[in-house]
Design a protein around this ligand. Structure first.
Ligand code: GRF
Length: 189
């Protein structure tokens, strides 16, 4: 039976696109969930013909209220896995309980270093020599769940934040689909 997954994203959607373009992905991306009306990723989903749930969290009384709404959509589409790709929001108890150990996130640093927003800028401004990409299971904290895979990216002497971001994203686009496939084939515990 085909495994159905949803991508949650709020931004440009380059990781969403990389997942969509991956060869032999072991699941079908059946829904995009986006909390930012107007985000570029919405147009990308439309180009791939992927149904999109766009919502504004401010229109809900609480996280559990909008997560219950999201959950109804996930059920409707038969979603069993969630891949966060630039979804800038903590996942709450409602989805964590329904999708225990079934939510992955990609983060542009070698966790536990530089969690949270602007991880690339944080590493660059700290003068780190090395940063990278982490893929981890999602828990209630900010980028704190168990790490599944990491790949490092060196920060060169004449780097700019933009050049560093380009190299990090190149790694992200390879690593995320690869790790998704490993997790879905039970090659990771
Ligand atoms: C990526 O760098 C990802 O690691 C982080 O948010 C960024 C999303 O970029 N969580 P994009 O929208 O996939 O281009």
């Amino acid at each position: 039976m085909t495994i159905k997954a949803a991508v949650f994203a709020s931004g440009a959607g380059s990781n969403f696109e990389a997942i969509m373009e991956a060869n032999d992905l072991k699941c079908k991306i059946s829904l995009l969930v986006c909390d930012k009306p107007g985000a570029l990723v919405i147009d990308k989903a439309a180009r791939y013909g992927i149904p999109t749930l766009v919502f504004n969290p401010k229109e809900y009384g609480s996280k559990s209220e909008y997560e219950e709404m999201i959950h109804r959509h996930l059920q409707h589409y038969g979603i069993s896995w969630i891949f966060l790709a630039g979804y800038m929001r903590l996942i709450g108890d409602t989805l964590l309980n329904e999708y225990e150990s079934k939510i992955l996130n990609i983060h542009p640093s070698l966790l536990p270093f530089f969690p949270g927003k602007d991880a690339i800028g944080q590493a660059y401004d700290a003068g780190a020599r090395e940063t990278g990409v982490s893929i981890h299971y999602v828990d209630a904290g900010m980028d704190t769940g168990p790490v599944i895979a990491q790949e490092s990216v060196m920060i060169e002497e004449n780097d700019t934040k933009e050049k560093l971001k380009e190299r990090i994203q190149k790694v992200e686009h390879q690593l995320y689909p690869t790790v998704i496939n490993q997790v879905l084939s039970n090659k990771v515990r």
